[in-house]
Design a protein around this ligand. Structure first.
Ligand code: KIV
Length: 274
């Protein structure tokens, strides 16, 4: 059960108040049935653009649109009543200017009812964070390994592995904190760096592959449920094997259909007794 269990949806200020008090537990969800199952346990659900890869089988997150993200976010909001729901701003919907970011974020908020947006980017995006926050849109920043930068990073690999790169990530996180972000996702960075950033910003850090020192953790739900194939990232753990359950249920269903034992008369309308 989440620490916020008064029967109302967790708010962005409540997430901010977790800093130094309690760990934030967050996962991703893209569709209603999964969101419904996660809701009570979590403080925050992210409708991540990772759905491009996890849900649509694309090689990266770059081609998903704001309309598609808004549709997923609306489904997750409708299916939940407890966790704070945040949606990812997809690639191309915010990088051009703060004004473009506001228009995209406002459209996604209006279409879905989420409580805020997440955007990737270092210091260069802090001005955009400030612009959105000043206009009433809570922003969760995302620094370190930023999947939307896959082409400039040359792949999905841990970041900040030398001193100069580590300094840049510290400055990125600080810039977003100063700009008014309510939290910052730290992805794919070393343990000492995550510890340092968590100590030097006054907003919650939410780690994914960034050590236990963060103020909260987030993972891709499919990775912890055995729904993303055999290989899972080094930083994730399989907490359940829902994949095996689904495969077994599908096999049993197919067997009974072929044997003619499903459906039985219990599953029929207007059964005539003979
Ligand atoms: O898109 C996503 O799911 C994310 C999280 C994994 C942080 O950005």
């Amino acid at each position: 059960m989440s620490v916020h269990s008064q029967g109302q949806r967790v708010t962005v200020p409540q997430l901010m108040a977790c800093k130094g008090e309690s760990k934030i537990a967050a996962l991703t969800a893209y569709i209603a049935p999964i969101a419904r199952l996660l809701d009570e346990a979590l403080d925050m659900i992210l409708v991540g653009d990772s759905t491009a890869m996890v849900g649509y089988g694309l090689p990266d997150t770059l081609s998903i649109t704001a309309q598609t993200m808004a549709a997923h976010a609306a489904a997750v909001v409708r299916a939940t009543h407890h966790a704070c729901i945040i949606v990812d701003m997809p690639f191309g919907s915010y990088q051009q200017s703060p004004q473009q970011a506001f228009a995209s974020a406002a459209e996604m908020l209006a279409a879905s009812g989420v409580s805020g947006v997440k955007l990737e980017g270092g210091r260069a995006m802090a001005e955009t964070t400030h612009f959105l926050v000043e206009r009433g849109i809570p922003v969760l920043a995302h620094v370190g390994l930023m999947p939307q930068y896959v082409n400039t990073m040359g792949g999905f690999k841990a970041q900040g592995m030398n001193e100069a790169a580590a300094r840049r990530i510290v400055e990125d996180a600080q810039a977003h904190a100063q700009a008014g972000a309510f939290g910052v996702v730290l992805e794919g960075i070393g343990e000492p760096l995550a510890r340092e950033i968590t100590a030097c910003v006054d907003i919650p850090t939410i780690g994914i592959g960034a050590s236990p020192h963060c103020d909260g953790q987030i993972l891709v739900t499919e990775d912890i449920l055995g729904l993303s194939g055999e290989r899972i990232p080094k930083f994730a753990r399989r907490f359940a094997d829902a994949g095996a359950l689904i495969r077994e249920a599908a096999g049993q269903y197919a067997k009974e259909v072929r044997e003619g034992t499903f459906p039985s008369l219990d599953h029929c309308f207007g059964v005539r007794q003979v």
